[in-house]
Design a protein around this ligand. Sequence first.
Ligand SMILES: [Zn+2]
Length: 367
Amino acid sequence: MPTIQQVTKYLEEFAPRVYQESYDNSGLIVGDPSAEVTGIIVSLDAIESVIDEAIAKKCNLVVAHHPIVFKGLRKLNGRNYVERTVIKAIKNDIGIYAIHTNLDNVAGGVNFKIAEKLGLENVKVLAPKKQNQMKLTVFVPKENTQAVLNALGKAGAGKIGNYEYCSFRTEGTGTFRGNEAANPAVGAKEQLEEVSEDRIEVIFPAYLEGKVMQALRQTHPYEEIAYYLHALENTNTQVGSGAIGSLTEPLSGEAFLKYLKERMDLQCIRHTKLLDKEIKKVAVCGGTGSFLLPKAMGKGADVFITADYKYHEFFDADGKILIADIGHYESEQYTSELLRDYLTPNFEGLPISITDSSTNPINYFVK
Ligand SMILES: [Zn+2]
């Protein structure tokens, strides 16, 4: 069976922890990374009832979207549900792992799952982030070019959207003269050498720098590798908040709300005034998303679906867009499905299930 660390490492290949927001607390909150996993319960929230369920089902890892510990804990005496949950998890050797805003911020994550449930096409990150990529330029003797390119690609360099192993190269001549202490891979020391080289350029996510440079060092034959690393300003279309896509067929405002209610299994929707136009472009943000309204409007969305909208914020629709607040839990409920479906094929034989209980603390009186 895998260790907790093997499971969390696999989760972070999908949603690297560096992509969480600064205020967040994603990661292994409770637990021994080297412990063998007996089973996983996936949940939106790791609350006491979920820990009880894990104990009953003999599963020692809870993978949750929301971190149960968000701010610092200064006492641990069981006076509130956070402390009780943590104490219970520790006493019963249950690990709690949170995959929060990093899962919100990757293509294929929380918001892409909502888009999938709504049957949207051409789905993109709504507010892509900048400055999280780097460029490596390296000079390689021609006979080693292929090996270096393969290793860089395997380490995750050269991935752009749906493409991998992207690179560019130009041919040229490299020169060098090693001193008496040198041990050159080509030619002899204390002699000026000229070598046919390729200048290879690849981009990669900044957090992979260590891995990419290690791959380079392992395959490049030179004692001293000539290279440049550059931090890029580029927008990364695969990382950022929210998602935007289109319905296959436009719907009237009312028909859309009915469709939304059915697809997201909602009891009610809080929304702004229906507009006299059809809905085609749909922006979504699971959880608290009002900060993304200007982006949604800027990208021409007809509706913005999110949660936790406050009274005054609804006025910002200003007759230009339909705001639909579907509830925090409801908006993110399929995140558990997303995580289970990601984990299951990779850990065959390991019991992985979604929690039996709804962790939504909000009830609606609709009778
Ligand atoms: Zn949330």
